[in-house]
Design a protein around this ligand. Structure first.
Ligand code: G3P
Ligand code: CA
Length: 367
């Protein structure tokens, strides 16, 4: 365990010093990895979504105050082309839009990344209209306590998240990074609202499109990250799921899957356009048939060998999300032993964790 941690820290230090050559010829984000010197990065997943409705300024602020190094806005577009923070473009599950009769006629069914989805969609609302909605807890059956905050917070724009991170950086005396993710990039390109130029524009205007900015940009698709490589000077992270394939691959008839991306050959290709892998936890330590953790895979080692950092998702405190060997009771909503789970994952030498409960991740890092 000590050795693997040392290897991760050493890689981080090398990257900070510029000794690890980051891709590509046109861009070489090296900003992070800096915080890795104190241990794995803590990324507030959708803010501090274990305590507040996700993707709200209140959720991001709490994450920062709890010690998160970064806050993570997932990004989709409005009808008038603004980037807003939502996990998906369908907003029925995380806002009170269903209670707004003036928007009842906007409920519709669309095909998003090959799946039929019914609800209300950000691209059918102007930003001004979206601002009349209020966020609500996505999983009230698990996080009943968060429902007391339903109806209080707006859907934030990316600019508002940047402004918040700036204000909190000044107040807290440490840089609060942002870790935006492009959601459904092929879909938004197809409807004429591409996310990528808008993201570049916001980062440019904020002065954050530079190698030392505390920013990572992530995507589950490949082609848009490759396009962004020539536009962005911040580190890029290829998200990799435990099953399935990038939707742009599916759309293009490319038979490769996420599993192919985490082979040594796949990692070599990722290295040509990205600086890290954002991996589903099971790709780092799989679970057995009973849901207990098995032995780590070679992913962290293989990625480090190729100069890629590894950030894993998603860490949550409730039993329902924990591996079977870290559940504390049969109550799915009660907390189990997340510190034990973190210890197993930190021992792999990974470089960062996306956490719904950033305070727990920070506490685990101290250990
Ligand atoms: O972006 C890392 C992690 O957040 C990916 O999962 O679905 O929560 O965006 P998701
Ligand atoms: Ca995300």
């Amino acid at each position: 365990m000590v050795r693997t941690r040392f290897v991760g820290a050493a890689l981080a230090a090398l990257a900070v010093a510029g000794a690890v050559v980051l891709p590509s010829a046109t861009a070489s984000g090296q900003a992070e990895v800096a915080s890795s010197r104190k241990g794995p990065l803590v990324i507030g997943h959708r803010g501090a979504s274990g305590y507040r409705p996700e993707h709200t300024l209140a959720s991001y602020e709490l994450a920062a105050r709890m010690g998160a190094d970064y806050v993570e806005p997932d990004l989709v577009a409005t009808r008038d082309g603004k980037l807003v923070a939502r996990h998906e473009n369908e907003i029925g599950g995380t806002t009170d839009v269903a209670a707004h009769p003036e928007f009842a006629a906007r409920r519709t069914t669309k095909v998003i990344d090959g799946a039929s989805v019914t609800g209300w969609f950000t691209e059918d609302f102007t930003l001004a209209e979206l601002k009349t909605l209020r966020a609500k807890e996505r999983i009230p059956e698990v996080r009943q306590r968060n429902t007391v905050y339903n109806g209080r917070f707006e859907v934030p724009t990316l600019e508002e998240v940047v402004d918040l991170s700036r204000r909190l950086s000044r107040e807290l005396g440490r840089d609060i990074g942002i870790y935006p993710e492009t959601k459904h990039p092929t879909y938004f390109q197809e409807i004429g609202l591409p996310l990528e130029p808008r993201l570049v524009d916001v980062l440019d205007r904020a002065g954050l499109n530079r190698p030392n900015a505390k920013v990572f940009v992530q995507s589950f698709e490949v082609a848009n990250l490759k396009q962004l490589r020539s536009k962005l000077r911040v580190p890029l992270v290829q998200l990799v799921n435990a099953s399935g394939a990038p939707y742009d691959f599916v759309k293009a008839g490319d038979k490769r899957t996420y599993a192919d991306l985490v082979t040594p050959q796949g990692l070599r290709e990722i290295r040509t356009y990205a600086n890290g892998v954002g991996a589903a936890k099971d790709l780092v330590i799989p679970r057995d048939a009973a849901g207990a953790l098995r032995e780590p895979t070679a992913l962290v080692r293989d990625a480090h060998t190729r100069g890629l950092v590894v950030h894993a998702w998603t860490f949550r405190n409730e039993n329902t999300f924990l591996p079977a060997d870290f559940r504390g009771s049969a109550d799915p909503t009660a907390y189990g032993d997340p510190l034990g789970e973190y210890a197993r994952f930190f021992a792999t030498g990974l470089d960062g964790v996306f956490a719904d409960n950033p305070d727990t991740a920070v506490e685990a890092r101290k250990g």
